[in-house]
Design a protein around this ligand. Structure first.
Ligand code: C5P
Length: 399
């Protein structure tokens, strides 16, 4: 379940006896490093107190649509945007019915209507209610809207009846949510990704570097890992903790990055050069701090760094080699030239002058360029862009 780490799960609890199991469910999510926020309907609060779920989730429980204070904090639209997935557990027949109708008259239904996140429902109700024709029609309607159902299970129910309608057990629900974050697009593939800036020392206290935050490379590593790949990430100095399960190799300079890439060359299937490698480094590393003199001008002599992507393209001829191109003008034209010059399978380019999508921003907008195609990926989060890039890499493998 390691793949739940950093995932944002919005758990909605409705009024069924199985609500008592949501404390255990929340604990499981938290144990597997997910972030959990909870919405309770009014009737859910008859079965379990908000305080209990606040204690296990570590966050204040949300339950009111028309609460000014709550809306000032994390309002319903923020909650809708925050969630990576939304899970209703337990979900009553009444809640299923309201969702099938597209109602938005309480916090839970309003958030669900306003969210793009995948919705999961773990129904819990009496067997007769579950088998009722209208409930089954609501089930079909919700499935047609791409809602995914977990359970219900069969067995003895709280009311003594026997049949389908029991909420699935918390560990089963949690494992289904974890599975939803993984795909098998790159199952068994070994990927090497470079990320972040390099830092080229001038003397013991000074260095040359650039504005790269590493966010795009780390998002790619996460997306590749979630698609089943074995991921090695060779990274310059950044302030990001990589997704659990990714093999991180820290470096500072372009030479160190190249050495790590060389060491892994024979072991990988795909190379993605996302790092902003310094093109030049000081010719001489001064062992002692360079002193200030009376000279108005001094000069620093630079020498070209190795081109790591070019190395990969030259030495990984049977592998997929993908590069990035950060440009400030003629973005697509310049990237096409690099695609040919470096003999790449794909180049991904963006305009780094645009502050909303450039270095250090959370969003990106890129073009994926191959010999046959130019595909635009519109502005969205770097993780979403990364997932789309992984999909196109899978298509490249197939062709
Ligand atoms: O030619 P340019 O530096 O603009 O190409 C950018 C691409 O080349 C990126 O994928 C970057 O990671 C890679 N690169 C590299 N080594 C360098 C310079 C750039 O791997 N020394």
């Amino acid at each position: 379940m390691i793949r739940l780490s950093n995932k944002k799960i919005l758990l909605c609890v409705t009024g069924g006896i199985a609500a008592y199991k949501t404390a255990e469910l929340t604990r499981l999510f938290k144990k597997n490093l997910a972030e959990v926020r909870i919405i309770m309907t009014k009737s859910a609060q008859e079965f379990v107190t908000p305080l209990t779920l606040q204690a296990v989730s570590g966050n204040q429980v949300h339950y009111s649509l028309l609460d000014e204070e709550a809306e000032l904090g994390m309002g319903h639209i923020e909650l809708a945007k925050w969630a990576d997935v939304i899970l209703i557990a337990p979900c009553t027949a009444e809640s299923m019915s309201r969702l099938a109708q597209g109602r938005a008259n309480d916090l839970m239904s309003a958030v669900i209507l306003a969210s793009d996140a995948q919705l999961f429902i773990a129904p819990a109700m009496n067997v007769k209610m579950w088998e009722d024709k209208v409930t089954q029609m609501n089930l079909a309607t919700l499935k047609s809207k791409d809602v995914l159902f977990i359970g219900p299970d069969s067995g003895e129910q709280a009311c003594g009846d026997i049949g389908e309608g029991r909420m699935s057990e918390p560990d089963f629900i949690a494992s289904k949510i974890a599975e939803s974050f993984t795909s098998s697009l790159l199952n068994g593939k070994k990927i090497l990704i470079t990320a972040g800036p390099t830092k080229e020392a001038i003397d013991p206290v000074r260095y040359l570097t650039n504005k790269s935050s590493g966010k795009m490379g780390y998002a790619l590593a996460e997306a590749a890992y979630l698609a089943g790949a074995d991921v090695s990430l060779v990274s310059g100095p950044v302030n990001i903790i990589p997704f659990n399960g990714i093999k991180l190799i820290n470096i500072n300079t372009a030479d160190e990055m190249l050495a790590e890439v060389k060491a892994l060359t024979d072991q990988i299937d795909i190379f993605i050069g996302c790092a902003a490698v310094a093109d030049y480094k000081p010719v001489i590393f001064e062992k002692l701090k360079i002193k200030k003199t009376d000279d108005e001008e001094i000069s620093l002599k630079l020498i070209k760094n190795p081109d790591i992507l070019q190395y990969a393209s030259d030495h990984m001829t049977d592998k997929l080699v993908i590069g990035f191109s950060a440009e400030t003008d003629n973005v697509i034209e310049n990237a096409k030239i690099k695609l040919l010059k470096k003999n790449l399978d794909m180049i991904i380019c963006n305009d780094v002058l645009n502050k909303e999508i450039g270095f250090d921003s959370n969003d990106n907008e890129v073009h994926l360029i191959t010999n046959d195609d130019v595909i635009k990926l519109s502005k969205t989060s770097k993780l979403k862009i990364a997932k789309q890039i992984i999909k196109s890499i899978e298509l490249l493998i197939k062709t």
